[in-house]
Design a protein around this ligand. Structure first.
Ligand code: 5AD
Ligand code: SF4
Length: 425
């Protein structure tokens, strides 16, 4: 989501006559697009702002964008007085106007209103990858998970119209993009605001029918809103990739309730069953938070058992990080940092063993990859399978990036596969 936000901001800058330079040192305007999902990400912004000012900050204009901007607001001007622009993502539709104020010499420019119906619907987006394109379908979040800062930094949910999403998808296909990734904090609660009123499953099915588009992915899902018609839509059209990212956060129903996640472990497992009983083999990945306030050893064991039960293909795991404004901030029974670290290490080790075993089972299989790049050091092409696994392979061809081709898996590791191309292109 942040990567794509940056693409949109860069597009606006280019449209207003700015030029992109190779290094921040050469730039006259330096913007930091920031994340505040965990404390560490937030701290990084301020240390980078300080360090960069010391080394190369002379005669430059600095701006802070994204979630830290929204969260800290005008306080950023006090903490980092060399910053002239502070703008949260809900104000990006006004970003062009804010730039004009900067150009006119204003050194205290803010875009901090969350009171918006707008989505940042820009035809100006400058895309980093020539084959895969992101499309935001819904911004903001109406859930209130007890640990999460996003509803405070990205504001309430706003869905784009189905027609506007379709127009963007068709335009991308015409430009030669073959993979589309639909984005939102909670894509499952997408609802077309136009009279057509498409839900997410309908939108998925329609985007998958756009001629020229070979792969469609989406992220992120919320289990409560992940309904069976989404699985049916995926089953019906293999353009919809064999992968679902379904963040569970904890395997304990008690902790899920404390987190305000709005589902039990059993309800989550029902979604997993839909996917396991579907027509295709779907790769399932997740996010887990360890050490939420009050998480007991028994709760944690239930999360470990969930990993064994679901057999995730990979996961992102985090130590709970207290965030401003969130309801968990008031909860007692905080765990010590060392205990959170211990649980995180155990969880990651458990998952690593699962991935080693699952990936080894892939040896001998032939999978279609989209070639994403080339690794010079290993002399291997970097491929991505429909189920979102990295499958690197050897091939004598000089230029394969952007092509689709079948690759036979010959070796496996915990995080990726290695193989050989089976046809000459
Ligand atoms: N502490 C730790 N992890 C968090 N996440 C969100 N908020 C927090 C927090 N306060 C994790 C969740 C979410 C992912 C994007 O980041 O697992 O799914
Ligand atoms: Fe945060 Fe929960 Fe919304 Fe996801 S669904 S962005 S975790 S509040």
């Amino acid at each position: 989501m942040n990567v794509h936000d940056s693409e949109k901001v860069v597009g606006t800058l280019l449209a207003q006559g700015y030029l992109q330079v190779e290094t921040p040192g050469e730039a006259g305007l330096v913007l930091y697009n920031t994340c505040s999902i965990r404390d560490k990400a937030e701290q990084k912004v301020f240390s980078r702002l300080q360090n960069f000012k010391k080394t190369a900050g002379k005669d430059k204009i600095f701006g802070v964008l994204g979630c830290v901007a929204q969260q800290e607001g005008e306080k950023i001007f006090d903490r980092a007085p060399h910053v002239s622009l502070v703008c949260g993502s809900a104000s990006y539709p006004k970003f062009g106007d804010l730039l004009v104020q900067i150009e006119n010499g204003d050194r205290h420019v803010t875009g901090l209103s969350l009171d918006t119906e707008d989505t940042f619907d820009t035809p100006l987006t400058r895309r980093d990858n020539p084959h895969r394109a992101y499309i935001t379908i819904i911004e903001g979040c109406d859930k209130s998970c007890a640990y999460c800062v996003v509803p405070f930094t990205r504001g309430p949910e706003r869905s784009r119209t189905g027609e506007s999403v379709m127009a963007e998808a068709r335009g991308l296909a015409e430009q030669g993009f073959t993979e589309i990734q639909l984005l939102g904090q909670n894509v499952n609660s997408y609802r077309d605001p136009s009279p057509a009123g498409w839900d997410f499953a309908t939108l998925l099915a329609r985007v998958a029918e756009v001629p020229g588009i070979r792969r469609v992915r989406y992220t992120t899902s919320h289990p409560r809103d992940f309904v069976k018609p989404i699985v049916d839509a995926m089953d019906a059209n293999p353009v919809l990739c064999d992968h679902v990212h379904l963040p569970v956060q904890s395997g304990s129903t008690r902790v899920l309730a404390a987190m305000d996640r709005l589902y039990t472990r059993d309800e989550y497992m029902r979604r997993i069953d839909w996917l396991r009983n579907a027509k295709r083999n779907y790769s399932i990945t997740t996010d887990i938070i360890v050490g939420f306030p009050g998480e007991t050893e028994q709760d944690f064991q239930q999360t470990l058992e969930l990993l064994d039960e679901v057999q995730y293909d990979s996961l992102f795991s985090f130590k709970y990080s207290p965030r401003p404004n969130t309801s968990a901030l008031e909860m007692g029974d905080r765990l010590a940092e060392e205990e959170k670290q211990r649980r995180l290490a155990i969880l990651q080790e458990r998952q690593r063993a699962i991935q080693i075993r699952r990936n080894a089972e892939m040896i001998g299989a032939t999978l279609e990859v989209l070639v994403e790049g080339h690794n010079q050091a290993l002399a291997q092409w970097i491929g991505r399978t429909s189920d979102h696994c990295t499958l690197n392979f050897t091939h004598a061809e000089a230029s394969l990036v952007g092509k689709y081709l079948p690759v036979r898996v010959t070796r496996s590791g915990p995080n990726s596969l290695v193989g050989e191309a089976v046809t000459v292109v």
